[in-house]
Design a binder for this molecule. Structure first.
Ligand code: PMP
Length: 310
């Protein structure tokens, strides 16, 4: 058993001890990857206490992912939102990484899921620090372009956050680490930049910020949307355009973002220094705005924070 990171897990409407929140070995999701999930974070803020960041958007995406796979989640959006808050409280967490997942359990072998089959739903919440490390947040990661491409359009939908998609992410991330990189970045099947193993990508050149479009086999991240909103709010021009591989080498700044990775600078790509080889000034500004939402220096104009404790 991995180190138990919290006491309780929300499981199909009940609170269970962590050790008892188990599934059968014949669960459909284990054999066929039939799950959809979210990664959500809660931060301790000075004014509103512990708050979940963009809870509505994450729950919406969970239901959207389920819809793509014709999966029935036997709870309402409101019930999942409330359950998310409840499991943080139950575990008495000040900050948290939250993992809601809907999956098919022991419904029998075979790919065909019976029409109307309900998914099981669990929500775990536990403390989790910077995914790529605190050091990377300040100084950046060394990234490498993967020999694995992202999924082609009309093979598996990357816009749905489904368990099976993460076999692609694992190949990208394992290859990167084997080559000594902190993270891997994949191209789409057309040869343009897609995304990191679990992060969206931004580049900056001459003060203009560009991120890869939704059609470049990405998961359109909620952090990506946050960063675009914050940058535009600061007056920067943000484009969604195809990014060629060499544009990463020639960028003044590159950064990646995601719920787990937050906003992390990329200091080199394929061993070529990005800009001066560290965190760039616009990256630092957007990091300050992003983390400012949680330390009280950025006003939450968008109502992105949902308080956990009254
Ligand atoms: N792409 C992939 C493949 C991811 O797994 C994630 C993390 N969920 C992201 C992008 C970033 O998405 P978000 O900002 O919503 O966490």
């Amino acid at each position: 058993m991995a180190k138990q990171p919290a006491e309780h897990i929300w499981f199909n409407g009940e609170i269970k001890p962590w050790q008892e929140a188990t599934v059968h070995v014949m669960s459909h999701a284990i054999h066929y990857g039939s799950s959809v999930f979210e990664g959500v974070r809660a931060y301790k803020t000075p004014d509103k206490g512990t708050c979940v960041f963009r809870l509505q958007e994450h729950t919406r995406r969970l239901f959207d992912s389920a819809k793509v796979y014709r999966m029935t989640i036997p709870f309402s959006v409101e019930e999942i939102n409330n359950a998310t808050l409840e499991i943080i409280r139950k575990n008495k967490l000040q900050s948290a990484y939250i993992r809601p997942i809907a999956f098919y359990g022991d419904i029998g072998m075979g790919l065909q899921v019976p029409f109307g089959q309900e998914a099981e739903v669990t929500i775990a919440a536990f403390e989790w620090g910077a995914y790529l490390g605190e050091e990377a947040i300040k100084n950046g990661v060394d990234a490498g372009i993967s020999s694995w491409n992202r999924l082609a359009a009309n093979t598996m939908p990357t816009g749905a956050k489904a368990g099976g998609n993460y076999l692609s992410s694992q190949l990208i991330s394992m290859e990167a680490r084997r080559h000594g990189y902190g993270e891997g970045i994949a191209l789409d099947v057309n040869g343009y930049i897609s995304e990191g193993a679990g992060e969206n990508i931004f580049i900056v050149r001459n003060g203009v910020v560009t991120t890869t479009p939704k059609t470049a086999a990405i998961l359109p991240g909620i952090t990506r949307d946050t960063v675009m909103t914050l940058l535009r709010d600061m007056g920067y021009e943000v484009r969604e355009e195809n990014i060629a591989r060499e544009a990463m080498y020639l960028a003044d700044e590159v950064f990646m973002c995601g719920t787990a990775a937050e906003v992390t600078p990329v200091r080199s790509v394929d061993g070529i220094a990005v800009g001066h080889g560290g965190r760039g000034p616009i990256t630092e500004k957007v990091q300050d705005k992003f983390f400012g939402l949680f330390n009280g220096t950025t006003e939450d104009k968008w109502n992105w924070l949902t308080p956990v404790y009254d």
